[in-house]
Each structure stands twice: as C-alpha cells, then as structure tokens.
Design a protein around this ligand. Sequence first.
Ligand code: ZN
Length: 73
Amino acid sequence: MPWCAECDRFYNPNSLQADGTCPTCGRAVGEPEKLRKFSDEPAPWHFKVLLVAVVVYLGYRLYEVVLWGLQSL
Ligand SMILES: [Zn+2]
C-alpha cells in the first residue's frame, strides 16, 4: 500500500495520481499507472525475441549434445 511520509498517511493505489504521486503533496509514493498495468499488457516484442533466442540456443545445445552422444557410440 502506498505510504506518503510527507502527509503521514496511507493511500489506496486508485486514489493516487495516474503517475503514482500523492494527490495532496505531489510526492512520488506509488508506482505509476503504466507499471501497475504492465502485467495486463501482452508481452513486448523484445521479450518475444529474447524467448525465441533462448529456444534457438537451447535447441542448438541439445543438437550438439545429441551429436556428441552419437559420436561416442
Ligand atoms: Zn502526500
């Protein structure tokens, strides 16, 4: 729960300004709305790129391990 030390009180996240600042003194006490809503948004494209890169890398390592296994037979 966002706490404003300036006003000495707790705030409901919904009662804060959209940018996460205190409605009374303007001090930053909570997360900006953008961050709060981040989990509801679809994964950003760079996250998908990273995911694909990891899958390709792991697939390549698996391929290497299989090749190594075949060679040692
Ligand atoms: Zn305040």
